[in-house]
Structure formats: C-alpha cells, structure tokens
Design a binder for this molecule. Structure first.
Ligand SMILES: Cc1ncc(COP(=O)(O)O)c(C=O)c1O
Length: 471
C-alpha cells in the first residue's frame, strides 16, 4: 500500500516553514522530548495508570493541578478538541428542548452541539465594524435585553475571543447573565494563553464565567485535539458533567493527548513558559509597530470607538496590505517566503502566535511583508461586505437535521428550509443553518462569495451549486 499521508508529512517536515498557525507547539518540545516518550506513552488503563473517564489517581491529581493553575473549581482534560468539550458543556448546562442565547458567529461545534442536544437557539448577532470590515463582539446590554424579553432562556453561550482576537466585555456580560440567574458558557478555544499574562484580555474564568472551554492545541504548546473544560462556579452540576463527559468521549482516551494537556499546562505555569509568553507578547507589540511603519501595511489592533471591541488579543496579528486581498498575502507568504499563516479572509491575513514563536519567525515575517508590500502591484479590491444576512428560523436545527432531506440546486432552494449549514471560510460562521429559510438574499450572498474565490463549505455537487434542504 502506498502511504500518501506519511509522504506528505515528510515533505512538510523538509519544508521546515515558519509557523504562524496551529498547533501552538510549533513543532517544538517543552518539558520533555516527545520522541523519547512516544513509543510507550500510548498506553491505556493498565494497573498503575488511571482512567480519564473516571479518574481516581494520577489523572485526577493532574486535573486538580490544572484547575489550580487556571483558577477553576474543576478542570477536565479533553481528547476531542474544543469540539468535544462544547458538546459536553452544552449537554451539561441544558436538557433537550431548552432555549439558549447563542452568539450567531459561534463555531460549528456549538451548532452541532445544539443538534445533538436538541436545543432551540435564540441568536445574538455580533456587530460589524464597517471601518475595519470585521465581525466584532456583542453589547452586554443586548444580552440583558434578550434575557428580559425571553426569560425561558436557560443559558448564554459566547465565543471569546473570536478568531481575530476580538473580545467583548466579558466581565459585564457575566454580571448580567448572573443577575438573570442564568449560566454563562464561554467557548474560549482561542484564549487558553490569556490566563498566563496580565497583558492579555481577562480570561473568562476570571471574569466569572460558569463553564469555559479551551483548545490547548491552539495557543499553548500541545498536540492537536487536546483541550480543557473548566468549571468556574457552583451553577454547574458536576455529576451531570461527568455523565455527559462519558457520553461524548471515546472509551479509549489517548494518553498521548492526556499527557500533552498536562505538560502544556505545567509548562505555561513554569517560569520558562510564562517568560516565553511575556517575551512573545512584547515581541508581537514591536512587530506590529514595525509592520505599521511599512507603506501600504496596516495591522488591526482595535477600534476605541467600537464598544464591542472591548479588548483585542494581540496574539492574533491581523495584517492587511492596501491593494491586496488577505488571501493573496497568505498565499504569497507561503509560496515565496516559506511562511505559513493560520488563515486569511478577503481583507486580512492572520498570523497566529504562541509562546513557541521565535525571534527569527518574527523577523522573517516582517521582512517578507515588507518585500510583498514593495513588490506587489496595487490592485483595486472590490470591497465586499462580509456582514451576514439575518436568518429566518423555521424549525429547530435538530428538527431539520433529522428530517428527510434532499439535494437541490442553489437557485431552486430559494424559499426552502436548509437541512445542513453553509459556512464560508473564513470566518467559519454559518451563513445559514439547518432549520432556516434559504432566501434570495442568501443565494446572492453565496454567489458573491464564490465570485470572490472564498471557500464555502456545505455546497454540494461537482459544481458546488447544490445545498441540502428539508424535503
Ligand atoms: C471558536 C472555536 N470553538 C471551537 C473550535 C473547535 O476547536 P477544536 O479544533 O479544538 O475542536 C474552534 C476551532 O477552530 C473554534 O474556532
């Protein structure tokens, strides 16, 4: 048998590119040299070890240590990313049929979690900043109003920070949610590092969130799929959580991932880890300053006039070059400079930082961006609003998802109810989800995205011109 995966990974290794993308370990070791351990750490619940599903020994101790580091009441190691943790958390704070207030630009794992848990969403729309062409955060007052209007909402589910590092006023939000006696769940997949620096935006746990999800692999030195689920308050039923944890977790949890979670947290709690993060934050500030002095180049750091950008995590460097699309910047960085970014959209190219980035990484990034800005001819960019049309909810996501479905051409879908999401990448936010009406506005929007070469996931057929609808 041929081994195409192995061959591709070997090519990737030889390429030795600069990593401004996940995973946060950036190919480097921290407390241990993984190569020495890998053959034998892939073990299971043999005598002397512990069981992640019902920890009573070393894993329990390790999770308790991690909880102390994060200031949580309890911490659970996840082995299926924030995706799995979002399923568990949603199932813990609700029961089937419950209504939740959820940020519309949440990750698809929250949407899938709503299907799995048969939840009814009430959407909270993030603002759109026209000056910077960016989806930002939410107003605490909007949450207050929604909770007053619909007192049967059981919980509020927010994403903080978003992919771009934009943070809403989470402390004010936590106070409002608790004033209404509701539970606040925060998908902080992109923010586990924030606990370890006073210069980063406040962590959701510190702000008072009840349940918080982290992708350890995103901004900390940890393997892909590693994640943390933290409990911040007594509003969370720990027995129910443990039960739901078992529902959504493999019965053969990986010791590789379990150890990677432990090591990442221990490293970040160590002097070296904290110093590395502090150095990277300092360096990032300097890099942003340098980039901003280059003609045509701008780095987004916030907008004081926009109250939905309460703070900005600078660990996500959002670069734009006048007269170039973000996607062109990302492509050029890879093809001509061997630098890989996390993602790009129409306007921005995103360099995703972790404590493992080095001086050389940053210097190469600045030099490459300067070179690109000098050499790439200015091209008029069609400014395209990436603000999404409002959804028209016809049934719950689960009802649509589990109904009889059919595939129809986009133009024939107008007026029908979608049975699956359509998600433009970036920003990775569903444009339409199961249970919502496919309108002419959405149809036009999809055509616009395709004309501009943006990736749209959820379109079916060879020509990518079909979607799945309720029969
Ligand atoms: C906001 C958010 N939440 C959750 C996830 C899922 O995280 P994971 O890849 O760890 O499953 C992502 C993935 O990118 C994300 O962006």
């Amino acid at each position: 048998m041929k081994t195409p995966v192995l061959e591709a990974l070997q090519r990737l290794k030889e390429e030795n590119s600069v990593s401004f993308h996940m995973p946060g370990h950036k190919g480097k070791n921290t407390l241990i040299s993984w190569g020495d351990y890998i053959p034998y750490i892939d073990t299971t619940e043999v005598t002397g070890m512990d069981n992640l599903l019902e920890p009573r020994g070393i894993i329990q101790e390790s999770q308790e240590n991690a909880a102390k580091v994060f200031g949580a009441k309890a911490t659970y190691y996840g082995v299926n990313g924030s995706t799995g943790n979002n399923y568990i958390a949603l199932a813990t704070i609700t029961k089937p049929g419950d209504k939740i207030l959820v940020q519309r630009n949440c990750h698809k794992s929250i949407y899938n979690g709503m299907i799995l848990n048969r939840l009814k969403p009430v959407y909270l729309f993030p603002e759109y900043n026209e000056n910077y062409n960016m989806i930002t955060g939410v107003y605490p007052e909007d949450i207050d109003r929604k909770l007053r209007e619909e007192p049967d909402i059981k919980a509020v589910v927010l994403t903080y920070p978003n992919y771009y590092g934009v943070c809403s006023d989470i402390k004010a939000i936590a106070d409002i949610v608790h004033k209404h006696n509701k539970v606040l769940m925060v998908d902080e997949a992109h923010g586990p590092h924030m606990t370890f620096s006073d210069e980063a935006p406040i962590s959701a746990l510190k702000a008072g969130a009840d349940i918080v999800i982290h992708s350890t692999h995103k901004t900390l030195p940890s393997f892909t799929q590693t994640s943390l689920l933290h409990v911040g308050s007594d509003r969370i039923d720990l027995n129910k959580l443990r039960d739901r944890y078992q529902l959504f977790t493999t019965t053969s949890p990986s010791y590789l991932f379990t150890l990677s979670n432990e090591i990442a947290v221990a490293y970040m709690d160590s002097q070296e880890g904290r110093e590395k993060l502090a150095w990277n934050i300092k360096k990032t500030k300097e890099v942003i300053q340098r980039l901003n002095t280059i003609d045509r180049v701008k780095v987004f750091t916030g907008d004081p006039t926009d109250k939905t950008i309460f703070s900005k995590d600078i660990g996500k460097i959002l670069i734009s070059i006048d007269g170039m699309k973000g996607s062109q910047i990302k492509k050029k960085l890879l093809s001509d400079y061997n630098i890989r970014l996390e993602m790009s959209d129409y306007y921005y190219a995103l360099a995703y930082i972790s404590p493992m980035n080095t001086e050389e990484d940053y210097d190469r990034l600045v030099a490459a961006i300067e070179d690109i800005a000098i050499k790439t001819p200015y091209e008029e960019i069609n400014y395209l609003s990436i603000e999404m049309p409002e959804p028209k909810i016809k049934m719950s996501p689960a009802q649509a998802y589990y109904s009889h479905k059919m595939q129809v051409e986009l133009k024939d879908a107008i007026g029908r109810v979608a049975a699956a999401p359509v998600i433009p990448y970036p920003p990775g936010v569903p444009l339409i989800h199961a249970g919502e009406e496919f309108t002419k506005e959405i149809y036009d929007y999809i055509l616009l995205l395709m004309e501009n070469d943006l990736e749209v996931v959820g379109l079916m057929g060879k020509e990518k011109d079909h979607i799945i609808v309720v029969e």
